[in-house]
Design a protein around this ligand. Sequence first.
Ligand code: PHE
Length: 347
Amino acid sequence: MQSQLPTWLNQIKTTTDLPQLEALKAALLGKSGAVTQALKGLAQLPSIEEKKAKGAEINVIRDALIENFQSQTQILEAHAIKQKLNAEALDITLPFSSFTQNSSIGRIHPLTSLKEEIADFFQKRGFTFAEGPEVEDEWHNFDALNIPSHHPARQNHDTFFIQNHPTHLLRTHTSTVQIRSLATQKPPLRLISVGRVYRSDDLDATHTPMFHQIEGLVLDKNIHMGHLKGLIREFCSTLFGVADVPVRFRPSFFPFTEPSAEVDIACTRKDGKLVIGKGGDWLELLGCGMVHPNVLTNCDVDPLEYQGFAFGMGLERLCMIKNGIADIRQLYDGDETWLKHFGSFSF
Ligand code: PHE
């Protein structure tokens, strides 16, 4: 047996495959393996001394085999891991087109990428994210925003009330977040919020009962309409990728801002296609204004010390204008072919 040891050790060292190594281990050290059989054979030996001597010899052989199996297993395992890593390595030098051709890769929905794009714009200008609940009470959706119960604006909001809870409703706009935020934060502040809003509108090419709004709020000392106009102009230019895009501030009315304005962007139609930034037509983009002193007072902010502006816009509307989407319902259809066309791979 002693004489076989070098052959066995050599076999172990030259095995390059883990299953083969396991098989060799079973053949030598397993139940019916050579070493185990030799140990069993000790019983046949005539004297105690011979048993002891032979037993010690076999133990040395067994220990040497175990040690060599262990080290060879480690070597082969390390090798297997290295091979796996090499095989799975991502080739970042591959051309992008071969990636896009892979139909199993999903796309980012245009609403999601637009939301990220807008969030990025405002975050770079020091705005932080704020949130509020979608089920609201009348105080946060109306009263605190200077829309008392007798106010006609309250009727225009097509509100979904919660059954058996007549004072609770699905928020009709994200202006609620202004009130929610001012309960825990005090000016100076710059906030942006993106979320779902609900109106019991018709369901047609330009209306859905649920859509998304983006709300902004800036409060500080000495903030004026010029700051609002500058920010909105820059926002429109960035969003549509048109330098100095013509923007019009059209006087309007919101109970929670004074003065209020709606913002239109210049556009024209060429061969049935909407072109932004040129031409004699105007397209409405968003609502805005200087925060009404009553709103600030309702939130325990002194309007003589702090002023500011707010703005709100529909995410779906912006998305449709930017991508030339004619029917809002397409945004929610979950149609894969549509998403392949309008979706993107990165924000
Ligand atoms: N909340 C208004 C709407 O839903 C938009 C708006 C927000 C207007 C903030 C002015 C200031 O139409």
